[in-house]
Structures are given as C-alpha cells and as structure tokens.
Design a protein around this ligand. Structure first.
Ligand code: GLN
Length: 547
C-alpha cells in the first residue's frame, strides 16, 4: 500500500509546486523507492484540452490519450514515469462524474452533497493504483483559500483519516517575501496560510519556503514555532538558475530526509544522485551556444511551449551547448520580410497549433528553412505547414492548404492537402469522429505506433524503424499527394502501421529538414533527450559552424 504525500500551496500561486513535487519524486526514486505523481486541479473545466494555451499553457498529452496539465510534464521529465489518464483530475471531471451517476440513479434517490459524494469521488480517484508504488505524490492545484479548492482539501483531510496513522503526510509550499525597507524575509504570510490550512483540519508536516535569499536560522525557528512543524522540516527553496538543479538543491536542504522522517523512515538507503549530478553539470557548463527560432502563435506565454523549450534544453545538454531560444510571432511575416527576421538562426522550429491565424507566416518560415538549408523541425501543425509549403512551391499545387482553415472560415478556398480525419484505427478498434463533435477529447490523442522507412534519416536518428509517439490533432496529411510530393524531394519516411497516415516527412537533399505529425517533445527527459531534439540541436551546432 502506497504512502501518500499531499502537496499544497499558500500565499501566492506560481510557486513551483509542480517542480518541487517532481524533484521530490526524483529524490525518492534516487533512494530506491517507486513513485507516481498526481495532480488534482480545482478549476471547473473537465480537462485542460479546451483551455487556451495563452491562459493555461501547454496541454500535456499522456500515452493513454489524456489531455492534462503541464505539471504532468515536469513529473515525467524528472521521474521518467509515464503519466496516465488517472494521474490528473479537475473539479469539472469530478462533478461531471457525480452528476452522471446521479442521472443514472446510482445514488438511489439520496440528496447529493459535496460531503460525502464529491469528496468520495475525489478519494476514489486518489486511491487508483495505490498498490503499485511505494509513494504516491498528489499535488493540489491552486492556493489554500481558493473557493473551488475546498472539496479537494476536505477530501485529502478525510483520506488521511481513512488511512493508517503515518501513511499520509502534508507538505505545504509558501513564499517568504523580502521587504527591502525592513531588510527582512517576512514569515507572516506563511503563518497565515498555515493557519488557514489548520482551520480545515490539515496540519502540514513539511514547509517548503520559496525565497529570493537564504533563510536565516532565526526565521526558520520562528516558522517552526508558529507553524507547528519541526525546525528541520522547514525547507528553504531559494530561486535557482536552472530547474534541473532542483533535485540536488532540495536534497542539500534536507527535503527527502525530512519527508522520510515524517513517515518514521530513518533507515532509507542514501540517494544515488549520479544522474542529477551529471544533468546539473551539463546545464551549467555548456561549451558553446546555438540560436533557435520558434515560430509560433502563442509566444506571449512561454508556458504554451513548455515541453518544446525543455526538450531543446535537453538536446543542448547532450551536445554540450546552450540553446538560446528566440520566440518569433508567425504573424510578423504578414508585414515583414522573412529573411530579415530569420537570417542568423542555427535552426528553425515550427511548433503545434490550432486555427488559421499565423499559418501563412509558418509556411514562409518552412520555405525559408528549406531554401536556405537551415535545420528545420516541424511539429504537428509545423509538419502540416511544411507539407503545404512543398505542395505549393515544389509540386505546383498553388492553392494547397488545410481543411482546418476552410472549416474555420466556412469557405472552400484550399485544395485540402491536409484534411480532417474522421475515422482511424486505435489498437484493434476503429474510432469515428465528425467535425461537429464536441471540442474536448475528440482528436487523435495519445500514443500511436509508426513505421519508419529503412535507410531514412529518421530511422538513423531513432536507431529503429518501429516507434511510438504521442499525438494530439484532428487533421492529417493526405496520402494521395505522396507520390507527387516525393517526386519533388519531400519523402514520407514515417507512416502509421496500416500505411494510411503520414507520420514523418523529410527532405534528404537538405542538411536537416524533418516534420513530424506527433509531439516528440512530450517524451524528452534531461537524462534521456529525445532522439529528434538531440539530433536537431546537433544539426544546429553544425549550422552554427557554417556561419
Ligand atoms: N491544428 C492541427 C490539427 O488539429 C495541428 C494540431 C497540433 O499542432 N497539435 O491537426
């Protein structure tokens, strides 16, 4: 039976709860324990799939096809444990399940209430798979005091009572603001947030305090006294240069020791931190740098491309270079010259996206990369744009486009080289969808296999011809243009196993030009960079030597 660590946040949002949880997961693994991380989100959306990337950042897709919060990306990057559908839940999902049950009559006419019906649903969720791991880490989204969060806090309180004494602990993250005028780190907001937590019956065992500067002993002792935690359970989390320092830094601050002690475990093996020493060493000692342009649409919020940014960093760590990312708004090419903006980059990456806005700019970026022999990585929409570019400018299909844009505008303007897929095979069943279906969860989502062409560039990069990658899209490149495009030099080097859906395109007569229909960034780890990002950054290094 797993031991549970509940991670909550107070004072302000964006404290890095996800990162702290992920780092703690990695430290427990380093001591030989198995872990799983979970996120409980209080918002009312059923999942983040329909939320704007501008507002919520990237949607992280799991192998089993769930559209989840980007914190699950942190969890995977630090622990290597593939997240599942059952590792992310929101109030919206919980309430919709409770209401479905009510409609079905499952509650036998009882009055449905937050306690016990909603809290029971949350507790059932938390329990899933608890016999599989040593530690289950559950992070609660939001901040203590948020009105939507209350049922979750109540549920974890009850949960710890339902379990044996000592099977659950609570870790609370807060902020110690520094007041210049007083020359002090202030502990009062933390005291208040712990008070709030205790007023609903949760007494934190561990306090993780974010601060801009070291926490003097006096403040630690004060926090311990006023918040009723042990002094060695007040963990300082100073700002760090790289997120990949987090496991080492938290270990040095004694987080894993304090957590184990809170469970009464004093004989745990010492952690094996070799991979994190290596990761940290690589992050801090690059031997050069490369400049990559990400030509996208959601560039105002970098979190919208979180995993891509991290995957590039991983590729850089492998090649021992710092990857300098510059965000380029695809729409600038409506009014400015591509060459002027994109000259001087060692690589161009066009990420995924939805809707027509900015797509002409992305097509121009793909054309620039192809014609000027700059390494190009097109991801999902970025692959579709590369195909449309080749169809227009190499194959003479001047009105090539995507059905997505025609659906959006309600006009038929394009030859649909990229079309809406309504039926596909998933495992041994056929999935059918229509344009008019709900927006949530109706895409080709999650892990699908692809077969790579023997001798192709991608087969060389992956070192195999059978791969599995995560998808999240509605539209597909139409196989009927394959011959025409291959005659012009754009090779379909990866296909779905049934040969119907193009998964990868590449241009052999180019130093590095690859488009993929899936999201390789979701599977990259600092200690195991994704092959495509590893190789793309390598190509960028070679390109940087040319200029
Ligand atoms: N909008 C495109 C589609 O649905 C691409 C999606 C993506 O880039 N994730 O097919």
């Amino acid at each position: 039976m797993a031991r549970y660590i509940f991670i909550t946040g107070g004072v302000v949002s964006s404290l890095g709860k996800g990162l702290a949880s992920a780092a703690l997961g990695a430290l427990l693994q380093a001591r030989g324990y198995s872990v799983r991380l979970r996120k409980l989100d209080p918002y009312l959306n059923v999942d983040p799939g329909t939320m704007s990337p501008f507002e919520h950042g990237e949607v992280f897709v799991t192998d089993d096809g769930a559209e989840t919060d980007l914190d699950l990306g942190h969890y995977e990057r630090f622990t290597g444990v593939a997240a599942r559908k059952t590792d992310s839940v929101s109030s919206g999902r919980i309430y919709s399940t409770v209401l479905e049950k009510e409609r079905r009559g499952d509650y036998l006419g009882k009055t449905i209430q937050v306690i016990p019906h909603v809290t029971n649903e949350i507790k059932d969720f938390i329990k899933i798979g608890d016999d599989e791991v040593d530690f289950m880490l559950c992070e609660l989204g939001g901040t203590i005091g948020d009105i939507e969060g209350l049922p979750f806090f109540e549920a974890i309180r009850q949960f710890s009572q339902d379990k044996e004494r000592g099977q659950c602990i609570f870790m609370h993250l807060t902020l110690l603001p520094y007041l210049n005028a007083a020359g002090e780190l202030k502990t009062k907001p933390t005291q208040h947030s712990v008070k709030e937590l205790r007023s609903i019956g949760i007494a934190p065992d561990i306090l993780v305090c974010r601060s801009e500067r070291p926490i003097p002993k006096k403040e630690r002792d004060k926090l311990a006294l006023f918040c009723n935690v042990r002094p060695d359970s007040v963990i300082a989390a100073e700002d760090m240069e790289s997120i990949y320092d987090a496991p080492l830094r938290y270990h040095n601050e004694g987080l894993d020791t304090a957590v184990l002690a809170a469970f009464g475990i004093t004989d745990a093996p010492a952690p094996k931190l070799g991979i994190w020493n290596d990761v940290s060493e690589r992050v801090h000692n690059p031997e050069g740098s490369v400049k990559i342009a990400i030509v996208g649409k959601y560039i105002q919020l970098e979190d919208a491309y979180k995993s891509i940014k991290e995957a590039l960093t991983h590729g850089g760590m492998f090649n021992r270079v710092k990857v300098q990312v510059e965000w380029v708004d695809a729409e600038v090419f409506d009014s400015s010259d591509v060459a002027e903006r994109l000259t001087g980059f060692d690589g161009i990456l066009v990420p995924g996206g939805f809707g027509e806005r900015g797509t002409e700019g992305k097509i121009k970026a793909a054309q620039f990369a192809r014609e000027h022999k700059v390494p190009y990585l097109g991801i999902c929409l970025g692959m579709q744009m590369a195909v449309i570019e080749a169809a227009r400018n190499l194959a003479g299909l001047t009105d090539a486009g995507s059905e997505e844009f025609d659906h959006e505008s309600g006009n038929k303007r394009f030859t649909p080289v990229v079309y809406h897929l309504k039926e596909w095979v998933e495992g041994n069943r056929t999935v059918q969808r229509d344009v008019a279906d709900d927006k949530g969860g109706t895409m080709r989502l999650g892990a699908y296999n692809a077969t790579l062409k023997e001798g192709s560039q991608v087969a060389g990069i992956y070192g195999t011809t059978e791969i599995s990658e995560r998808h999240r899209h509605r539209y597909e490149v139409d196989i009927k243009y394959r011959e025409q495009l291959e005659d012009c030099g754009l090779v379909f080097s990866g296909m779905s196993p049934d040969g119907r859906l193009p998964e990868i395109v590449e241009i052999p007569d180019h130093p590095w030009y690859i488009g993929v229909q899936f999201h390789p960034e979701l599977k990259s780890k600092p200690f195991e960079p994704h092959p495509l990002f590893r190789d793309f950054v390598k190509a960028a290094v070679e390109q940087s030597r040319l200029v």
